[in-house]
Design a protein around this ligand. Structure first.
Ligand SMILES: [Ca+2]
Ligand SMILES: [Ca+2]
Length: 504
């Protein structure tokens, strides 16, 4: 949906393919040139459906056209105005804000991929073992869905031995506007390796997704030096939404709030996508965006001892923390290396979210984010705090909790008095343990005589209403207790209570 003012003032850069480049250095040079051109840019959002939108901008042409070098559409109603070098953006922003057709205008903010230099002191991949991934893999046993994690970053080394089979087709390069998201920075490859490096393939490292079908959609928005424009983040997020991904990882950020970026994030959340972002590496009590947008799972970093990393930002938007120091992962030149920063804690959580979705596809993005937080191991001040958020993620507990979730999970809307609940587990259940393990209580704490029936080869329990149905307009609670047993005698790892209300 381009804005037309008689003349097309903008266009997409020429598409080039990887074969056009003799070396990565050539791409780097091209990106450096683009970075220079993009010195001053504004992001303009036009009023929704305002018929005067395009004309309003046309009227502005007299005032601001001379200063605009290029216009690039970002999303419907949203475009970038690139100003000529040396132009002061202030008066242009004022003029645009005075146009009735403009909803808002903000600087096209430069963000940064966050990298910290590292020294390989610790045992490789301590982060996987200390937060329960090997146990989680064992617990999950089988996946039910192939999950796509969009890594919105500096691209990916597509031929890396531990990544080549883990890449979803259809990635994109928003820096050069072509279909080849090759990584010449290394950050994106490192992030992707943490999420999904091929596991048990006799090579390199294991990703947190283990052997389960979690694939990376590489979305390149970062220049060779780690620079990211918020307009490209917006395009990257919208692209990931279009591609129907399950999880988005954003190991990038900046101090300034961007309305355009927040809108893109909120749209992704509405589509049920889990959006994970790095809390930032300033070691300060400051917000970093996109981590601090509402609904984003903001991830802080912990070290090997479990303490918060000195560089990890702290604020009330931090949701959870994960290993982010000396993380051994894939290198874009084909090998492996250690990386440190909240950038590398976030993909631990994105990978965990992917595992949860692979095992329990009926969980919504919000439920997955909730499970990751509520099963985290509390550290520091009891309860949620500004350093650890809810705590350090625990993959095994998260998978255990997911195993005992409902297809229709709390808070469900009011249900009919004849409502049947279907509860699906990740192991077949012992029939003899049902009546002790699954109970329904009314608001007087009296047990309701429901019927329990095993279904789905023992993996599901159907909880039927009492004879004559539940009472109308009342509160009930369905409990899954520790008395439940699998067919091999294991107890339920994580008791669950689900309140529900009947229709009047
Ligand atoms: Ca491997
Ligand atoms: Ca705490």
């Amino acid at each position: 949906m381009a804005l037309v003012c008689g003349v097309l003032l903008w266009g997409w850069p020429q598409v080039m393919s990887a074969s056009d480049y003799s070396t990565l250095a050539a791409v780097r040079e091209q990106e450096a040139g683009l970075l220079q051109e993009r010195e001053t840019e504004l992001l303009v959002k036009y009023q929704a459906g305002a018929p005067s939108g395009e004309e309003g901008v046309c009227r502005l042409q007299g005032m601001v056209t001379a200063q605009i070098a290029k216009r690039v559409p970002v999303a419907p109603g949203l475009e970038v105005l690139r100003l000529y070098p040396g132009i002061d953006p202030g008066p242009v922003m004022v003029a645009l804000r005075q146009a009735g057709s403009v909803q808002y205008v903000e600087p096209n903010r430069r963000q940064k991929l966050t990298v910290m230099p590292d020294d390989p002191f610790f045992a490789r991949q301590w982060g996987l073992t200390t937060v329960g991934f090997p146990q989680a893999w064992e617990r999950l046993a089988t996946a039910r869905k192939t999950v796509i994690v969009a890594v919105i970053d500096s691209g990916i080394a597509a031929t890396h031995e531990d990544l080549q089979d883990r890449i979803a087709p259809g990635g994109y390069n928003f820096v050069l506007d072509n279909a080849d998201p090759l990584d010449i920075n290394g950050h994106g490859t490192a992030v992707a390796g943490i999420v999904a490096a091929a596991t048990s393939n006799g090579k390199g490292i294991a990703g947190v997704a283990g052997v389960f079908p979690v694939k990376i959609l590489p979305v390149k928005v970062a220049y060779y030096d780690g620079t990211v424009f918020s307009s490209d983040t917006v395009r990257g997020i919208n692209f990931a939404v279009q591609a129907n991904v399950d999880v988005i990882n954003l190991s990038l950020g900046g101090r300034e709030f961007s309305q355009a970026e927040n809108e893109a994030v909120q749209n992704a959340l509405r589509q049920g996508i889990v959006v994970v972002a790095a809390a930032g590496n300033e070691g300060a009590g400051v917000y970093d965006y996109p981590a601090a947008y509402p609904g984003v799972v903001a991830v802080g970093s912990v070290g090997l001892g479990g303490g918060i990393s000195v560089f990890s930002n702290f604020n009330d938007a931090v949701d959870v923390s994960a290993p982010g120091e000396e993380i051994y992962t894939c290198d874009h030149t084909g090998g492996y290396r250690y990386m440190t920063g909240t950038s590398f804690a976030a993909p631990v959580v994105a990978g965990l979210a992917g595992l949860l979705k692979a095992g329990f596809p009926w969980l919504t993005g919000g439920q997955i984010a909730g499970l990751v937080c509520e099963t985290a191991t509390d550290w520091g001040i009891p309860g949620k705090d500004i350093f650890f958020g809810w705590g350090v993620v625990d993959a095994d507990r998260a998978l255990a909790a997911a195993a005992a979730t409902f297809r229709e999970w709390a808070p469900p809307p009011p249900v009919t008095v004849t409502k049947e609940w279907t509860v699906r587990f990740n192991r077949p259940l012992a029939p003899g343990s049902l009546s002790a393990g699954i109970t329904v209580w009314d608001d007087q704490d009296c047990r309701v005589p429901v019927t329990l029936k095993l279904a789905g080869d023992g993996w599901e329990v159907v909880v039927g209403p009492p004879v004559g149905g539940y009472l109308a307009g009342r509160n009930y609670q369905l409990d899954l207790g520790k008395a439940l047993r699998t067919q091999t005698g294991q107890p339920l790892a994580y008791p669950v209570k689900m309140p529900f209300v009947t229709l009047p």
